[in-house]
Design a protein. Structure first.
Length: 481
């Protein structure tokens, strides 16, 4: 099978179809129709519009869960905020407590959400739930055309959907705990891609704009196997995590036509970032420490900040689970490709080999680990310039026009440019194929020359490099291997 990489490269260069994700193994049909072993959860950060507010109720349907304790002095009355006092101030505490939530106007509901938030004593970081609030048992959706939704196709018209099992807690959408911005968790036992698309279609049925998503794909971590097989098994899981990030980043460049991969921050608070070598090594260390302890140590959100975050058992219902939190699904993403990516990632996470054989990974360890110390940073392009320029290839960037490098090609402001100077020869998908390594380097030189000419946008140059080098097709195909 040594002819395959060359065959793939020829097609990747000359056929436009290979400019698309190659999640096309024959098992793809089975992946799309077979229910996974665990739920997939989709986080939806949305504005609390009128239609969303209509989905909400209290835990018992009355105002009782939203009220402070009844005054102990019989002569005292409950003091309501001025916005509620005018219409509800004459009611006794008992009558107010028994009043149905849905008897309130939309404005009154919003005032109650604000009031209960003001009285909330826990911080956003310890408890994000809106006190006393949950979603209703059912929702009415309206579609203008046939719409897929969790294993069925809903015809045009109105449909009443049982949502009691689909939505979990109603949470604040940001640390400001503004009840006008919510996070809803849409959760189901269908394939991850179908759950993701159905969450968007649910909002379409409410005539709401689709927001970006965070999708949690979980799977039990076989700790006994980790302990039996040692370092190579921890490496295989970490490598799948690394590959899923790289694929989603490449999809953003090639499919979504993004302007680059950059950090989103405000002063010292980072809201979004892409994977870096420190985080990748931290995931590997977590798995190695799990092997040593025989159980997962607390991980929290230490390794969530990436296109695909890594979450430990302390995030989920069961401590034996690990999760890939796919965070970079924007409202502009292609639903078809996102569906294929999520389904294939979920399928690959459940496979013994994770898309690259254990034999290949052991060869990679033997070839790259010095004194048996494994640096996962070798595998990722998002490295500091100090490492990139000394990797045997990065110096070519330094040879470019210094004016362009200083004012137009900042590697931290346009991180995708690092893909053009990364040493791909150490990648587990590449390191055994010298012809492919030579072809990738040739395409890197072509791309860097184009950068130096400054006649094509950097994003387009990186997009063309990923396609023409064969990297895009090779990596996306490996995920479903």
């Amino acid at each position: 099978m040594r002819f395959w990489p060359c065959f793939f490269i020829i097609f990747a260069i000359y056929f436009p179809a290979f400019a698309r994700p190659q999640f096309t193994k024959c098992a793809s049909v089975l992946r799309s129709i077979t229910k996974p072993s665990h739920d997939t959860s989709v986080e939806l950060e949305i504005r609390n519009t009128e239609r969303i507010l209509e989905l909400l109720t209290t835990t018992d349907g009355t105002l009782a869960p939203l009220l402070p304790p009844k005054p102990s002095d019989p002569k005292s009355r409950l003091i309501l905020p001025p916005a509620l006092e005018k219409d509800l101030g004459k009611l006794s505490y008992e009558d107010l407590a028994q009043k149905p939530w849905d008897s309130l106007t939309l404005d009154q509901k919003r005032f109650f959400l604000t009031w209960v938030t003001i009285r909330k004593t826990s911080s956003f970081w310890t408890d994000r739930n809106i006190p006393g609030i949950k979603t209703k048992e059912a929702a009415t959706l309206m579609f203008s055309k046939d719409t897929p939704f969790l294993g069925q196709v809903l015809s045009p018209g109105n449909h009443t959907i049982d949502i009691a099992g689909l939505f979990r807690n109603v949470e604040y959408g940001s640390q400001s705990q503004n009840p006008n911005f919510l996070e809803l968790h849409f959760r189901s036992h269908f394939p991850a891609g179908e759950v993701s698309n159905s969450a968007w279609n649910f909002l379409t049925g409410l005539n709401q704009k689709r927001p970006h998503q965070h999708v949690h794909i979980v799977y039990p971590l076989d700790i006994s196997r980790l302990q039996k097989e040692g370092t190579v098994r921890s490496l295989m899981i970490t490598e799948l995590y690394r590959r899923s990030n790289l694929i989603l980043e490449m999809m953003g460049i090639v499919e979504d036509k993004n302007h680059g991969i950059t950090v989103n921050r405000s002063e010292n608070v980072i809201f979004f970032d892409n994977l870096n070598t420190d985080t990748l090594n931290q995931v590997f260390r977590h798995l190695q420490e799990t092997t040593r302890l025989g159980a997962q140590p607390p991980l929290g959100s230490q390794t969530k900040m990436a296109y695909v975050g890594f979450r430990g058992g302390d995030t989920y219902d069961t401590p034996s689970l690990i999760g890939f939190e796919v965070r970079a699904i924007s409202e502009f993403s292609n639903p078809k490709y996102i569906n294929e990516f999520l389904n294939t990632l979920q399928w690959t996470l459940a496979q013994e080999h994770y898309g690259i054989s254990q034999e290949t990974m052991q060869k990679w360890i033997d070839h790259n680990a010095k004194n048996r110390n494994i640096d996962m940073g070798l595998l990722y392009y998002n490295q500091p310039w100090s490492k990139l320029k000394s990797n045997g290839f990065g110096h070519r960037f330094e040879d470019m026009d210094p004016y362009l490098r200083k004012y137009f090609y900042d590697l931290e402001k346009s991180r995708e440019l690092k893909m053009l100077i990364h040493d791909w020869s150490k990648d587990p998908l590449v390191f055994e194929n010298p012809k492919l390594i030579a072809h990738i380097r040739k395409q890197q030189i072509i791309a860097l020359n184009k950068l130096n000419e400054a006649t094509i946008s950097p994003q387009k140059i990186v997009e063309d490099f990923l396609i023409r080098s064969g990297i895009y097709g090779l990596f996306t195909r490996s995920l479903g291997h």
